[in-house]
Ligand binder design. Sequence first.
Ligand code: ADP
Ligand code: MG
Length: 326
Amino acid sequence: MRTPPVTADTIVEVQNLEKRFGTFRAVAGVSFAVRRGEIFGFLGPNGAGKSTTIRMLCGLLAPTAGTGTVAGYDIRRDAEKIKTRIGYMSQKFSLYDELTVEENIDFYSGIYCLPREKKAVRKAWVLAMAGLEQHRHARTAELSGGWKQRLALGCAILHEPPILFLDEPTSGVDPNSRRQFWDLIYELSSQGVTIFVTTHYMEESEYCDRLGIIYRGELIALGTPRSLKTEHMPDAVLELECDRANDAMAVIERLPEIKSSALFGNGLHLVTPDHAAAIAATRTALTGAGFVVQRLERITPTLEDVFVALIEARDRADGTQKEVAQ
Ligand code: ADP
Ligand code: MG
């Protein structure tokens, strides 16, 4: 992948970053740059290497190869300096369940060495931001997922870091809390905080300014959500609404004009290199087989379409390489 340009605006920058566990390459040489104030997302399935990358950027894990800087500090040499200048919310929210809300905040104020006068101000800010003023004496274990998540966010930014790393911050919380959480992220971003967030939710990826798609440790695409949909998808996507979508799929998959099909909401998404030919062939085949086609048209691909297409293309390329190697 092309090396990203480094400008004065760059706050995170890595080149060929790699992490091996034994012979296994969990992160297989990724290069990218994040601009100050950006919401940068890392989208990938479980095991893709998202957490491993974030932990290297936060100075928590030494890379096996490659270089990088965060807020101007070298991720190999200045790991300790990086830790004081970033906020990090790990996938498991590192809160102490047995402590009260307030005690957790006090604990993290101590970790970040906040001066005494700052402590009270920041505590009040976190309690208000998380909506936990009435629950300051509650045991953390008793909080709902959404509250825990907002408390964990508050504890991660007590020291007002200019950059915040969030590792799947919304996994396991309800959709309503997820939206509220994103409101907070936008709020922070509007104040100039850079956000690096990992997710496996498509809907969440749409909220990012720029997005890297990571798969098996490799960055397979990088761009704005819009550019990913327009530039990284060589094939057209058709949306089909018809009765008995599941049965219709069996008919459609036999058509040479259709590369792949998948259930999507109440209908189907069909991928094709030639949309006009595919629409004609699909209509004829379905009508002939007794289906009622309610709608069949070309659409702008969703991020999920792009994601699936890129991953399939990568799997095919890997398969071909293996065949060549044999
Ligand atoms: P993600 O966060 O995208 O789900 P991870 O970065 O946690 O993925 O993991 C990437 C791969 O590296 C996975 O296959 C995982 O099992 C492996 N892995 C992560 N940490 C370790 C470790 N400490 N030792 C060995 N393998 C690891
Ligand atoms: Mg992870």
